[in-house]
Design a protein around this ligand. Structure first.
Ligand code: ADP
Length: 451
Protein backbone atom coordinates (compact mmCIF):
# COMPACT_ATOMS: atom_id res chain seq x y z
CA UNK A 1 0.00 0.00 0.00
CA UNK A 2 2.86 2.27 1.01
CA UNK A 3 4.45 1.80 -2.44
CA UNK A 4 1.10 2.21 -4.24
CA UNK A 5 1.11 5.91 -3.27
CA UNK A 6 4.83 6.33 -2.64
CA UNK A 7 6.00 6.62 -6.25
CA UNK A 8 3.15 8.94 -7.44
CA UNK A 9 3.66 11.07 -4.31
CA UNK A 10 7.41 11.20 -5.00
CA UNK A 11 6.62 12.23 -8.60
CA UNK A 12 4.24 14.98 -7.33
CA UNK A 13 6.88 16.12 -4.81
CA UNK A 14 9.57 16.18 -7.55
CA UNK A 15 7.23 18.08 -9.83
CA UNK A 16 6.32 20.55 -7.03
CA UNK A 17 9.96 21.08 -6.03
CA UNK A 18 10.98 21.49 -9.70
CA UNK A 19 8.07 23.85 -10.40
CA UNK A 20 8.91 25.98 -7.29
CA UNK A 21 12.56 26.20 -8.21
CA UNK A 22 11.69 26.88 -11.90
CA UNK A 23 9.18 29.59 -10.91
CA UNK A 24 11.76 31.32 -8.67
CA UNK A 25 14.42 31.26 -11.38
CA UNK A 26 11.81 32.24 -14.00
CA UNK A 27 10.66 35.20 -11.82
CA UNK A 28 14.20 36.62 -11.66
CA UNK A 29 14.28 36.41 -15.47
CA UNK A 30 10.73 37.78 -15.79
CA UNK A 31 9.45 34.41 -17.17
CA UNK A 32 7.63 32.92 -14.20
CA UNK A 33 5.23 30.59 -16.04
CA UNK A 34 7.72 28.96 -18.46
CA UNK A 35 10.15 28.65 -15.50
CA UNK A 36 7.44 26.86 -13.47
CA UNK A 37 6.56 24.47 -16.34
CA UNK A 38 10.20 23.69 -17.19
CA UNK A 39 11.15 23.29 -13.50
CA UNK A 40 8.21 20.85 -12.88
CA UNK A 41 9.20 18.77 -15.96
CA UNK A 42 12.87 18.74 -14.91
CA UNK A 43 11.91 17.58 -11.36
CA UNK A 44 9.85 14.63 -12.69
CA UNK A 45 12.61 13.74 -15.22
CA UNK A 46 15.22 13.74 -12.46
CA UNK A 47 13.12 11.36 -10.35
CA UNK A 48 12.46 9.06 -13.34
CA UNK A 49 16.20 9.00 -14.16
CA UNK A 50 17.06 8.11 -10.55
CA UNK A 51 14.46 5.27 -10.65
CA UNK A 52 15.82 4.04 -13.98
CA UNK A 53 19.38 4.01 -12.59
CA UNK A 54 18.39 2.03 -9.49
CA UNK A 55 16.27 -0.43 -11.52
CA UNK A 56 19.21 -0.90 -13.88
CA UNK A 57 21.57 -1.60 -10.92
CA UNK A 58 19.13 -4.15 -9.45
CA UNK A 59 18.76 -5.91 -12.82
CA UNK A 60 22.53 -6.05 -13.27
CA UNK A 61 22.94 -7.55 -9.79
CA UNK A 62 20.22 -10.13 -10.49
CA UNK A 63 21.70 -11.11 -13.83
CA UNK A 64 25.40 -11.17 -12.96
CA UNK A 65 26.17 -11.36 -9.27
CA UNK A 66 23.19 -12.58 -7.24
CA UNK A 67 25.62 -14.41 -4.90
CA UNK A 68 26.91 -11.01 -3.67
CA UNK A 69 24.89 -8.65 -1.45
CA UNK A 70 22.18 -6.68 -3.24
CA UNK A 71 22.94 -2.91 -3.88
CA UNK A 72 21.73 -1.04 -0.82
CA UNK A 73 19.46 1.74 -2.13
CA UNK A 74 17.10 3.75 0.05
CA UNK A 75 13.32 3.62 -0.27
CA UNK A 76 11.35 1.59 -2.77
CA UNK A 77 14.29 0.19 -4.78
CA UNK A 78 16.24 -0.75 -1.67
CA UNK A 79 13.25 -2.63 -0.26
CA UNK A 80 12.54 -4.32 -3.60
CA UNK A 81 16.21 -5.44 -3.76
CA UNK A 82 16.05 -6.72 -0.18
CA UNK A 83 12.85 -8.73 -0.86
CA UNK A 84 14.30 -10.24 -4.06
CA UNK A 85 17.52 -11.14 -2.26
CA UNK A 86 15.63 -12.78 0.64
CA UNK A 87 13.49 -14.86 -1.75
CA UNK A 88 16.63 -15.83 -3.65
CA UNK A 89 18.50 -16.89 -0.49
CA UNK A 90 15.49 -18.92 0.70
CA UNK A 91 15.32 -20.69 -2.67
CA UNK A 92 19.06 -21.39 -2.54
CA UNK A 93 18.71 -22.83 0.98
CA UNK A 94 15.85 -25.08 -0.14
CA UNK A 95 17.84 -26.18 -3.18
CA UNK A 96 20.89 -27.04 -1.07
CA UNK A 97 18.67 -28.99 1.32
CA UNK A 98 17.04 -30.87 -1.55
CA UNK A 99 20.45 -31.57 -3.09
CA UNK A 100 21.73 -32.95 0.22
CA UNK A 101 18.65 -35.16 0.57
CA UNK A 102 19.04 -36.32 -3.02
CA UNK A 103 22.74 -37.12 -2.42
CA UNK A 104 21.85 -39.01 0.76
CA UNK A 105 19.20 -40.97 -1.08
CA UNK A 106 21.63 -41.83 -3.88
CA UNK A 107 24.31 -42.81 -1.36
CA UNK A 108 21.84 -45.15 0.34
CA UNK A 109 20.89 -46.79 -2.98
CA UNK A 110 24.55 -47.00 -3.96
CA UNK A 111 25.41 -48.70 -0.67
CA UNK A 112 22.57 -51.19 -1.05
CA UNK A 113 23.69 -54.79 -1.56
CA UNK A 114 20.74 -55.13 -3.93
CA UNK A 115 21.05 -53.94 -7.51
CA UNK A 116 19.02 -50.97 -8.80
CA UNK A 117 19.01 -50.31 -12.54
CA UNK A 118 16.92 -47.65 -14.30
CA UNK A 119 16.04 -48.12 -17.96
CA UNK A 120 14.28 -45.72 -20.32
CA UNK A 121 11.61 -46.61 -22.88
CA UNK A 122 14.28 -47.73 -25.39
CA UNK A 123 16.02 -50.10 -22.89
CA UNK A 124 18.92 -47.60 -22.48
CA UNK A 125 20.61 -47.49 -19.08
CA UNK A 126 19.72 -44.27 -17.24
CA UNK A 127 21.46 -45.08 -13.97
CA UNK A 128 22.63 -48.11 -12.00
CA UNK A 129 24.17 -48.63 -8.58
CA UNK A 130 27.43 -50.56 -8.08
CA UNK A 131 25.57 -53.72 -7.00
CA UNK A 132 23.58 -53.77 -10.25
CA UNK A 133 26.79 -53.07 -12.19
CA UNK A 134 28.38 -56.07 -10.48
CA UNK A 135 25.32 -58.30 -10.98
CA UNK A 136 25.00 -57.55 -14.72
CA UNK A 137 28.70 -56.93 -15.46
CA UNK A 138 28.18 -53.24 -16.34
CA UNK A 139 30.33 -50.12 -16.09
CA UNK A 140 28.14 -47.69 -14.06
CA UNK A 141 29.50 -44.60 -15.85
CA UNK A 142 30.76 -45.89 -19.20
CA UNK A 143 27.66 -47.92 -20.04
CA UNK A 144 25.15 -45.11 -19.42
CA UNK A 145 22.78 -44.57 -22.35
CA UNK A 146 23.80 -47.94 -23.80
CA UNK A 147 21.01 -50.38 -24.58
CA UNK A 148 21.05 -52.98 -21.83
CA UNK A 149 20.15 -55.74 -24.30
CA UNK A 150 23.41 -55.05 -26.19
CA UNK A 151 25.35 -55.66 -22.97
CA UNK A 152 23.33 -58.37 -21.23
CA UNK A 153 22.21 -60.84 -23.84
CA UNK A 154 21.13 -63.67 -21.53
CA UNK A 155 17.86 -64.98 -23.06
CA UNK A 156 16.16 -65.17 -19.65
CA UNK A 157 16.91 -61.50 -18.94
CA UNK A 158 15.85 -60.29 -22.42
CA UNK A 159 12.60 -62.28 -22.14
CA UNK A 160 11.92 -60.73 -18.73
CA UNK A 161 12.49 -57.20 -20.07
CA UNK A 162 9.95 -57.68 -22.82
CA UNK A 163 7.44 -59.82 -20.91
CA UNK A 164 3.84 -58.63 -21.08
CA UNK A 165 2.39 -58.26 -18.53
CA UNK A 166 5.42 -57.68 -16.31
CA UNK A 167 5.74 -60.66 -13.90
CA UNK A 168 4.72 -59.70 -10.38
CA UNK A 169 7.18 -62.14 -8.81
CA UNK A 170 11.00 -62.01 -9.04
CA UNK A 171 12.59 -64.30 -11.65
CA UNK A 172 15.67 -66.42 -10.96
CA UNK A 173 18.36 -65.94 -13.63
CA UNK A 174 21.62 -67.82 -13.77
CA UNK A 175 22.75 -67.41 -17.36
CA UNK A 176 24.19 -63.91 -16.88
CA UNK A 177 27.72 -62.59 -17.50
CA UNK A 178 28.87 -63.67 -14.04
CA UNK A 179 28.56 -67.04 -12.32
CA UNK A 180 25.83 -67.43 -9.73
CA UNK A 181 22.10 -66.85 -9.51
CA UNK A 182 20.23 -63.52 -9.42
CA UNK A 183 16.69 -62.88 -8.32
CA UNK A 184 15.45 -60.11 -10.66
CA UNK A 185 12.27 -58.06 -10.29
CA UNK A 186 11.05 -55.67 -12.97
CA UNK A 187 8.80 -52.68 -12.17
CA UNK A 188 7.36 -50.07 -14.52
CA UNK A 189 7.31 -46.45 -13.41
CA UNK A 190 6.72 -43.04 -14.95
CA UNK A 191 6.04 -42.90 -18.70
CA UNK A 192 7.65 -46.13 -19.99
CA UNK A 193 10.55 -46.15 -17.54
CA UNK A 194 11.57 -49.44 -15.92
CA UNK A 195 13.22 -50.26 -12.66
CA UNK A 196 15.22 -53.51 -12.47
CA UNK A 197 15.86 -54.72 -8.92
CA UNK A 198 18.38 -57.54 -8.54
CA UNK A 199 19.54 -59.61 -5.59
CA UNK A 200 22.38 -62.13 -5.48
CA UNK A 201 20.81 -65.37 -4.24
CA UNK A 202 23.70 -67.69 -5.16
CA UNK A 203 24.40 -68.54 -1.52
CA UNK A 204 20.72 -69.01 -0.70
CA UNK A 205 20.20 -71.23 -3.74
CA UNK A 206 23.31 -73.21 -2.84
CA UNK A 207 22.00 -73.80 0.69
CA UNK A 208 18.59 -74.67 -0.67
CA UNK A 209 20.18 -77.19 -3.09
CA UNK A 210 22.23 -78.62 -0.21
CA UNK A 211 19.10 -78.94 1.91
CA UNK A 212 17.25 -80.69 -0.93
CA UNK A 213 20.21 -83.04 -1.50
CA UNK A 214 20.38 -83.73 2.22
CA UNK A 215 16.68 -84.61 2.47
CA UNK A 216 16.94 -86.76 -0.67
CA UNK A 217 20.04 -88.52 0.71
CA UNK A 218 18.48 -89.15 4.12
CA UNK A 219 15.31 -90.50 2.50
CA UNK A 220 17.37 -92.75 0.27
CA UNK A 221 19.56 -93.97 3.15
CA UNK A 222 16.50 -94.80 5.26
CA UNK A 223 14.50 -96.32 2.45
CA UNK A 224 17.19 -98.85 1.50
CA UNK A 225 17.26 -100.72 4.85
CA UNK A 226 13.49 -100.29 5.18
CA UNK A 227 12.94 -101.97 1.82
CA UNK A 228 15.26 -104.78 2.85
CA UNK A 229 13.44 -105.14 6.17
CA UNK A 230 9.99 -105.31 4.57
CA UNK A 231 11.35 -107.96 2.15
CA UNK A 232 12.55 -110.04 5.11
CA UNK A 233 9.21 -109.64 6.91
CA UNK A 234 7.42 -110.81 3.78
CA UNK A 235 9.78 -113.79 3.51
CA UNK A 236 9.07 -114.72 7.12
CA UNK A 237 5.34 -114.37 6.58
CA UNK A 238 5.03 -116.27 3.31
CA UNK A 239 7.77 -118.87 3.10
CA UNK A 240 7.98 -122.00 5.27
CA UNK A 241 11.59 -121.57 6.52
CA UNK A 242 13.75 -124.01 8.39
CA UNK A 243 14.97 -122.91 11.82
CA UNK A 244 18.47 -122.17 10.40
CA UNK A 245 17.04 -120.07 7.56
CA UNK A 246 14.75 -118.20 9.94
CA UNK A 247 17.73 -117.36 12.16
CA UNK A 248 19.72 -116.16 9.17
CA UNK A 249 16.86 -113.89 8.05
CA UNK A 250 16.51 -112.51 11.57
CA UNK A 251 20.26 -111.80 11.70
CA UNK A 252 20.00 -109.91 8.40
CA UNK A 253 17.02 -107.96 9.76
CA UNK A 254 19.08 -107.09 12.82
CA UNK A 255 21.85 -105.83 10.54
CA UNK A 256 19.45 -103.52 8.70
CA UNK A 257 17.97 -102.20 11.94
CA UNK A 258 21.46 -101.43 13.27
CA UNK A 259 22.20 -99.61 10.04
CA UNK A 260 19.11 -97.46 10.47
CA UNK A 261 19.92 -96.85 14.12
CA UNK A 262 23.48 -95.72 13.27
CA UNK A 263 22.13 -93.39 10.63
CA UNK A 264 19.59 -91.84 13.00
CA UNK A 265 22.27 -91.56 15.74
CA UNK A 266 24.66 -89.78 13.36
CA UNK A 267 21.90 -87.47 12.12
CA UNK A 268 21.00 -86.56 15.69
CA UNK A 269 24.68 -85.96 16.52
CA UNK A 270 25.01 -83.65 13.50
CA UNK A 271 21.83 -81.79 14.42
CA UNK A 272 23.11 -81.34 17.98
CA UNK A 273 26.47 -80.08 16.71
CA UNK A 274 24.81 -77.58 14.41
CA UNK A 275 22.22 -76.37 16.86
CA UNK A 276 24.18 -75.93 20.08
CA UNK A 277 26.56 -73.17 21.17
CA UNK A 278 30.32 -73.71 20.84
CA UNK A 279 31.85 -75.66 23.73
CA UNK A 280 33.17 -73.44 26.53
CA UNK A 281 36.91 -72.76 26.66
CA UNK A 282 37.17 -73.46 30.37
CA UNK A 283 35.58 -76.89 30.68
CA UNK A 284 38.77 -78.97 31.09
CA UNK A 285 38.91 -82.75 30.93
CA UNK A 286 41.81 -85.21 30.95
CA UNK A 287 42.71 -86.70 27.57
CA UNK A 288 44.38 -89.91 28.82
CA UNK A 289 41.30 -91.61 30.32
CA UNK A 290 39.31 -90.69 27.22
CA UNK A 291 41.95 -92.24 24.94
CA UNK A 292 41.91 -95.29 27.13
CA UNK A 293 38.18 -95.82 26.56
CA UNK A 294 38.59 -95.18 22.84
CA UNK A 295 41.45 -97.68 22.67
CA UNK A 296 39.29 -100.37 24.31
CA UNK A 297 36.45 -99.64 21.88
CA UNK A 298 38.79 -99.72 18.86
CA UNK A 299 40.32 -103.06 19.91
CA UNK A 300 36.83 -104.42 20.32
CA UNK A 301 35.62 -103.41 16.82
CA UNK A 302 38.88 -104.57 15.26
CA UNK A 303 38.49 -107.93 16.97
CA UNK A 304 42.24 -108.51 16.89
CA UNK A 305 42.47 -108.13 13.09
CA UNK A 306 44.78 -105.10 13.27
CA UNK A 307 47.95 -104.06 15.04
CA UNK A 308 46.75 -101.11 17.10
CA UNK A 309 49.05 -98.61 18.75
CA UNK A 310 48.09 -95.80 21.13
CA UNK A 311 50.43 -93.16 22.59
CA UNK A 312 51.78 -93.27 26.11
CA UNK A 313 49.79 -91.14 28.56
CA UNK A 314 50.91 -87.54 28.26
CA UNK A 315 48.88 -85.95 31.06
CA UNK A 316 47.29 -83.45 28.70
CA UNK A 317 43.99 -81.75 29.37
CA UNK A 318 41.62 -80.36 26.75
CA UNK A 319 39.01 -77.64 27.06
CA UNK A 320 35.77 -78.36 25.28
CA UNK A 321 33.11 -80.98 25.04
CA UNK A 322 34.50 -84.39 26.00
CA UNK A 323 31.62 -86.24 24.31
CA UNK A 324 32.25 -84.44 21.02
CA UNK A 325 36.02 -85.09 21.07
CA UNK A 326 35.26 -88.72 21.92
CA UNK A 327 32.84 -88.96 19.01
CA UNK A 328 35.35 -87.36 16.58
CA UNK A 329 38.33 -89.58 17.51
CA UNK A 330 36.13 -92.68 17.67
CA UNK A 331 34.78 -91.94 14.19
CA UNK A 332 38.33 -91.63 12.82
CA UNK A 333 39.35 -94.91 14.44
CA UNK A 334 36.20 -96.70 13.34
CA UNK A 335 36.99 -95.62 9.76
CA UNK A 336 40.60 -96.76 10.16
CA UNK A 337 39.39 -100.23 11.24
CA UNK A 338 36.75 -100.43 8.48
CA UNK A 339 39.04 -99.30 5.67
CA UNK A 340 42.13 -101.27 6.71
CA UNK A 341 42.24 -104.93 5.67
CA UNK A 342 43.02 -107.48 8.39
CA UNK A 343 46.72 -107.57 9.28
CA UNK A 344 47.13 -103.84 8.74
CA UNK A 345 48.28 -101.35 11.33
CA UNK A 346 46.44 -98.48 13.03
CA UNK A 347 48.09 -95.94 15.28
CA UNK A 348 47.11 -92.83 17.19
CA UNK A 349 49.69 -90.05 17.59
CA UNK A 350 49.69 -87.01 19.86
CA UNK A 351 51.89 -84.11 18.87
CA UNK A 352 52.21 -80.76 20.59
CA UNK A 353 53.29 -78.10 18.07
CA UNK A 354 55.71 -75.29 18.89
CA UNK A 355 52.88 -72.76 19.26
CA UNK A 356 50.97 -74.97 21.74
CA UNK A 357 48.46 -76.51 19.32
CA UNK A 358 47.74 -80.19 19.67
CA UNK A 359 47.52 -82.67 16.83
CA UNK A 360 45.66 -85.93 17.33
CA UNK A 361 46.59 -88.09 14.35
CA UNK A 362 44.97 -91.37 13.34
CA UNK A 363 47.09 -93.29 10.86
CA UNK A 364 46.23 -96.52 9.11
CA UNK A 365 47.88 -98.71 6.51
CA UNK A 366 44.54 -99.33 4.78
CA UNK A 367 43.14 -98.89 1.29
CA UNK A 368 43.86 -95.15 1.13
CA UNK A 369 41.97 -92.53 -0.85
CA UNK A 370 42.67 -91.06 -4.30
CA UNK A 371 43.64 -87.38 -4.26
CA UNK A 372 40.54 -86.15 -6.13
CA UNK A 373 38.23 -87.35 -3.36
CA UNK A 374 40.05 -85.62 -0.50
CA UNK A 375 38.41 -82.16 -0.72
CA UNK A 376 34.88 -83.63 -0.63
CA UNK A 377 35.44 -86.36 1.94
CA UNK A 378 33.89 -84.47 4.86
CA UNK A 379 30.69 -83.63 2.92
CA UNK A 380 27.61 -85.35 4.23
CA UNK A 381 27.01 -88.72 2.58
CA UNK A 382 30.10 -88.42 0.39
CA UNK A 383 31.64 -91.84 -0.04
CA UNK A 384 34.50 -93.04 -2.20
CA UNK A 385 33.08 -96.52 -2.38
CA UNK A 386 29.41 -96.58 -1.37
CA UNK A 387 29.00 -100.33 -1.10
CA UNK A 388 32.16 -100.78 0.99
CA UNK A 389 30.99 -98.02 3.32
CA UNK A 390 27.53 -99.54 3.73
CA UNK A 391 28.78 -103.13 4.02
CA UNK A 392 30.99 -102.10 6.92
CA UNK A 393 28.16 -100.20 8.64
CA UNK A 394 29.11 -96.70 7.46
CA UNK A 395 26.57 -93.90 7.28
CA UNK A 396 28.59 -91.45 5.19
CA UNK A 397 28.31 -88.90 8.01
CA UNK A 398 31.36 -89.80 10.16
CA UNK A 399 33.88 -87.33 8.73
CA UNK A 400 31.25 -84.63 8.56
CA UNK A 401 30.79 -85.06 12.33
CA UNK A 402 34.58 -84.95 12.85
CA UNK A 403 34.89 -81.75 10.82
CA UNK A 404 32.07 -80.09 12.77
CA UNK A 405 33.61 -81.04 16.10
CA UNK A 406 36.98 -79.69 14.98
CA UNK A 407 35.60 -76.34 13.86
CA UNK A 408 33.39 -75.98 16.96
CA UNK A 409 36.57 -76.27 19.01
CA UNK A 410 38.37 -73.73 16.83
CA UNK A 411 40.45 -76.44 15.19
CA UNK A 412 40.53 -78.24 11.87
CA UNK A 413 40.68 -81.63 10.24
CA UNK A 414 43.35 -82.42 7.69
CA UNK A 415 43.65 -85.56 5.59
CA UNK A 416 46.68 -87.10 3.89
CA UNK A 417 46.25 -90.29 1.96
CA UNK A 418 47.41 -92.27 -0.99
CA UNK A 419 45.64 -95.26 -2.52
CA UNK A 420 46.98 -98.60 -1.34
CA UNK A 421 49.31 -97.04 1.21
CA UNK A 422 46.95 -95.81 3.92
CA UNK A 423 45.68 -92.57 5.33
CA UNK A 424 46.37 -90.14 8.14
CA UNK A 425 43.53 -88.03 9.55
CA UNK A 426 44.72 -85.23 11.83
CA UNK A 427 42.52 -83.35 14.23
CA UNK A 428 44.22 -80.11 15.19
CA UNK A 429 43.12 -78.21 18.31
CA UNK A 430 44.11 -74.62 19.19
CA UNK A 431 46.63 -73.91 21.95
CA UNK A 432 43.97 -72.19 24.08
CA UNK A 433 42.17 -75.51 24.47
CA UNK A 434 45.22 -77.58 25.43
CA UNK A 435 47.20 -77.62 28.66
CA UNK A 436 49.46 -79.89 30.61
CA UNK A 437 47.37 -81.31 33.46
CA UNK A 438 48.42 -82.18 37.01
CA UNK A 439 50.04 -85.48 37.95
CA UNK A 440 46.64 -87.00 38.81
CA UNK A 441 45.57 -87.06 35.19
CA UNK A 442 48.52 -89.11 33.97
CA UNK A 443 48.53 -91.41 36.97
CA UNK A 444 44.92 -92.40 36.36
CA UNK A 445 45.89 -94.26 33.25
CA UNK A 446 48.86 -95.93 34.90
CA UNK A 447 46.53 -97.17 37.63
CA UNK A 448 43.96 -98.36 35.16
CA UNK A 449 46.65 -100.33 33.28
CA UNK A 450 47.88 -101.84 36.50
CA UNK A 451 44.35 -102.91 37.40
P1 ADP B 1 31.48 -93.64 6.08
O1 ADP B 1 30.43 -93.91 7.07
O2 ADP B 1 31.10 -93.97 4.67
O3 ADP B 1 32.81 -94.20 6.46
P2 ADP B 1 32.72 -91.11 6.54
O4 ADP B 1 32.17 -89.74 6.47
O5 ADP B 1 33.31 -91.53 7.83
O6 ADP B 1 31.57 -92.05 6.05
O7 ADP B 1 33.83 -91.23 5.44
C1 ADP B 1 33.54 -90.78 4.13
C2 ADP B 1 34.29 -91.62 3.12
O8 ADP B 1 35.69 -91.40 3.29
C3 ADP B 1 34.13 -93.09 3.33
O9 ADP B 1 32.98 -93.56 2.67
C4 ADP B 1 35.40 -93.64 2.75
O10 ADP B 1 35.25 -93.78 1.35
C5 ADP B 1 36.41 -92.56 3.01
N1 ADP B 1 37.25 -92.86 4.19
C6 ADP B 1 37.08 -92.38 5.45
N2 ADP B 1 38.06 -92.83 6.26
C7 ADP B 1 38.87 -93.62 5.51
C8 ADP B 1 40.07 -94.33 5.77
N3 ADP B 1 40.64 -94.37 6.97
N4 ADP B 1 40.63 -94.99 4.73
C9 ADP B 1 40.08 -94.95 3.50
N5 ADP B 1 38.95 -94.29 3.19
C10 ADP B 1 38.35 -93.62 4.18
Amino acid sequence: MRHLFGRPLAAVAAWAAGSGTGALIGATLGETLPGLALGGGAGVLLLASQDALRAQRLMRWLRRTPEKAVPRDPGFWGELGYCVERALRERERQLAQERAQHAQFLNAIEASPNGVLLLDAGDAIVWCNPAAADHFGLDPEGDRQQRITNLVRAPGFVALLHAEPVPAQPCLLSDLRRPGTLSVLLQRYGPDMRLVLSQDVTEREHHEAMRRDFVANVSHEIRTPLTALSGFVETLQTLPLSEAERRRVLALMDQQTSRMRSLVDDLLTLARLEGSPRPACDGWFALDPLLEQIEARTRSISGGRHAIEFPEPGGLELAGNEGEIDSAVTNLLSNAVRYTPPGGGISVMLRRLGDGRLEIGVRDSGIGIAREHLPRLAERFYRVDGSRSRDTGGTGLGLSIVKHVASRHGGELSIASSPGKGSTFTLQLPAARVRQGGRGASLRRVHANAA
